[in-house]
Design a protein around this ligand. Structure first.
Ligand code: PEP
Ligand code: MG
Length: 575
């Protein structure tokens, strides 16, 4: 009899295949006491296990396929960092001596105490790093037991294997890239877990957080993975199989059709031209942006350069990164956002700083103005790179117009310095601001008066307008882009910018949601920036929209104060 399981769908369509359970049976932990004389030898055994685990990770690092998602390297380096940290590499060694216990038992005690600390952490992203600690400890346990953690994944029959795992580590992902699996599902994984981030970039059907999938599924059993609806059907009958095969075909037809519009201009049926830009996190992402037909980069989240390494990137390193994007994009515009650290993006050198409420603290431009050296080094690198392409600057988290005056002062001084040094840069570089704080949205006219353009960051604008932490699962249901207050703010910002004839774009996730494209077009938005993978889906919506025909529905949506009614109207708009 077929059963269905529900989890978090990461997208990538639908797969039908045979389950391959990756056995991750917990290794039995021996527990025994040592004689004094045996302690040094046990410590040597522990050191050897650490060395072995390190070699494995370094070997994986060296074998990352070129086309692997950029996040993969970041996660592997996180595992190497965790392994090298004294809490795993040294403390269990000390425990062996203090308690005269075997290495496995020392590591288990240390792991228990580390995990207890993780349970106390409220911040979701950090809490989810708990899984990484377990994966690294697992690697050491296996090395102690003489097992190779790098055992290859079981090879599926060509083209129909679905990996069923408790969790997938970044290392598993390296192996996964080269395998013939068509989908994967896991018991665990929050929406911002590394598994979810990697799953999204692999663009394969996947469902996470199924909880007991491995207990409910037998090896070799037929399963359907519906990555769109977050559902897994185990042992489906012929009727269900036929239905899902049809859905799979429809999905494929849709995907193929999208390729057909790659070269088309994004123009609505009534002839209005729309610009579709890409959001990127690292310089290499510009390839994916171009591959999906982006008109330029609408948001380069430059802070990811600061999250990758333990140390701050130098001016030269930053310059090279910005120049790489400028050269890759040719004449196309590139909007680079200045450092937006804080909140969930905490670099190594800021970890120690205690903040009572990070989302309301020293984030984005506030941090840059408090640390002028950090800001001016970035401005120098950005200005230097502006000689190589059409770079524009974008400032995150503006809340007071006074901040723009301070920013311009830094910019002018850095520009004067460069001029004095005879270094080329774009003297007319445009300065834009993100509208992501409700105060800036309400008083957007005064911001626009001092800026060249604005970009609406709906991810934060919604979080601050509705007082809903965008990373907190517990209040996810209250995070609503269709809240009348959000629609009203968006309408106000877009109207004001259009009236003042200043460019306005949107770079939050709303801009990449094809279900909202018509609404945003109707509100007057003409520039969208999104994950490269969303570009063609949104373009398809643009091509099928007639602005004259949706006017009445848009007016009704702007005047509605009821979220349910808004949802009904949106369904009519998209019909
Ligand atoms: C936003 O807040 O909408 C945005 C684009 O910035 P980020 O998601 O990086 O905070
Ligand atoms: Mg933001």
């Amino acid at each position: 009899m077929s059963i269905s399981l529900h989890g978090i769908g990461i997208g990538g369509g639908i797969a039908i295949g045979r389950a391959h359970l990756v056995s991750q049976a917990d290794i039995e932990i021996d527990h025994y006491m040592l004689h004094d004389a045996d302690v040094p030898a046990e410590q040597v055994r522990y050191d050897a296990a650490i060395r072995h685990a390190r070699q494995e990770l370094e070997q994986l690092w060296g074998s990352i396929p070129e086309n692997a998602p950029t996040e993969l390297g970041a996660f592997l380096s996180l595992h190497i960092m965790l392994l090298n940290d004294h809490t795993l590499s040294r403390d269990p060694r000390d425990l062996i001596a203090e308690q005269k216990c075997n290495a496995e038992w020392a590591l288990q005690q240390q792991l228990d105490s580390l995990l207890a600390q993780f349970d106390e952490i409220e911040e979701e992203y950090l809490r989810e790093r708990r899984a990484d600690v377990i994966q690294v400890a697992d690697r050491i346990f296996k090395a102690l037991a003489g097992h190779d953690a790098l055992a290859p994944l079981p090879v599926p029959n060509a083209g129909d294997g679905i990996l069923v795992a408790h969790d997938l580590s970044p290392a598993d992902m390296v192996l996964f890239k080269d395998s013939q699996y068509v989908a994967f599902i896991t018991d665990v994984g929050g929406p911002t877990s590394h598994t979810a981030i990697l799953a999204r970039s692999l663009d394969l059907p996947s469902v996470l957080a199924l909880r007991h999938a491995r207990a409910m599924i037998r090896d070799g059993e037929t399963i359907i993975v519906d990555g769109v609806n977050g559902m897994v059907i185990v042992d489906p009958d012929e009727g269900i199989l036929a239905e899902y095969r049809a859905r799979q075909d429809q999905w494929q037809v849709k995907k193929d059709a999208l390729q057909g519009i790659l070269k088309k201009k994004a123009v609505t049926r009534d002839g209005t031209e729309i610009e579709l830009f890409a959001n990127i996190e690292l310089p290499d992402d510009s390839e994916q942006a171009l591959g999906n037909g982006a008109a330029g980069i609408g948001l380069f989240r430059s802070e990811f350069l600061f999250l990758k390494e333990d140390d701050l990137p130098t001016e030269e390193e930053q310059f090279e990164a910005y120049k790489q994007v400028a050269e890759a994009m040719g004449k196309k515009p590139i909007i680079i956002r200045t450092i937006d650290l804080g909140k969930d993006k905490i670099p190594k050198w800021q970890e120690e700083v205690e903040t009572p409420n990070p989302a309301l603290g020293l984030t984005g431009i506030r941090l840059c103005l408090a640390e002028p050296q950090l800001f001016r080094t970035q401005l120098r690198a950005l200005l230097r790179a502006s000689a190589f392409g059409k770079i524009k600057l974008l400032i995150p988290m503006l809340s007071h117009v006074g901040e723009i005056r301070q920013i311009r002062r830094h910019l002018d001084e850095v520009a004067a310095q460069l001029a004095e040094e005879g270094i080329a840069f774009d003297t007319q570089i445009e300065l834009g601001g993100m509208i992501e704080v409700p105060a800036a949205a309400v008083t957007v006219a005064s911001f626009l008066a001092q800026l060249d353009f604005v970009s609406i960051g709906t991810n934060d604008l919604i979080q601050y307008t509705l007082a809903v932490d965008r990373n907190d699962d517990a209040v996810n249901h209250l995070y609503d882009p269709l809240h009348p207050a959000v629609i009203s703010l968006l309408g106000h910002v877009i109207d004001t910018a259009n009236r003042m004839e200043k460019p306005v774009s949107m770079c939050g996730e709303m801009a990449g949601d094809p279900a909202l494209t018509r609404l945003l077009l109707g509100l007057g938005l003409r520039r969208f920036s999104m994950l490269p993978a969303q570009l063609l889906k949104v373009k398809q919506q643009v091509l099928s929209t007639d602005l004259d025909k949706i006017r009445d529905l848009i007016d009704a949506m702007r005047n509605s104060a009821d979220a349910d009614e808004l949802r009904n109207l949106l369904a009519q708009l998209n019909a």
